[in-house]
Design a protein around this ligand. Structure first.
Ligand code: DQA
Length: 144
């Protein structure tokens, strides 16, 4: 059984992008953490990062074939993308939405998420540890 880990635009720059906001850990660190936590539950992780909305949507569609749940940090598409939300709805896989920062404590335009209404849980402001919580939650939801 497998979890799809999706990271959206600009998250390829983790570690160097505004580190005072997003931390020093890299995307590779995040992906390794997710894989390590998932392994404790006998789960694999497939990781995808893209700066392109359509690539993320395709990856979510493909997950229907061989993944049991999704962990996603949609980056700025969180606040803009009805298409990403519709993709998550369409595949009907339990989905955890993660944001490194507490988006509610930031600019007004980050307060609304198109994704949250179709997510099984939302984790904000826990930094990289948020991905760990998300993987644990999805593992619990798909346990059988
Ligand atoms: C983010 C928050 C978004 O508002 C922002 O556009 C990001 C990262 C986070 O992880 O805190 O790219 O999703």
């Amino acid at each position: 059984r497998r979890i799809l880990l999706v990271n959206g635009p600009n998250l390829n720059l983790l570690g160097t992008r505004e580190p005072e906001l997003y931390g020093e850990e890299t995307l590779a660190d995040v992906e390794a953490l997710a894989a390590r936590v998932a392994a404790d539950f006998g789960l694999e992780v497939r990781s995808v990062q893209s700066n392109h909305e359509g690539v993320l949507i395709d990856a979510i569609h493909d997950a229907r074939a061989d993944c049991a749940g999704i962990v996603i940090n949609p980056g700025a598409f969180t606040h803009t993308s009805v298409a990403l939300r519709d993709a998550i709805s369409a595949v009907e896989l339990p989905t955890a939405e993660v944001h490194l920062t507490n988006v509610h404590a930031r600019e007004e335009f980050r307060h609304h998420s198109y994704i949250s209404a179709v997510a099984a849980c939302v984790i904000v402001g826990a930094g990289v540890q948020g991905y760990e919580f998300a993987v644990r939650r999805i593992a619990a939801l798909i346990a059988r």
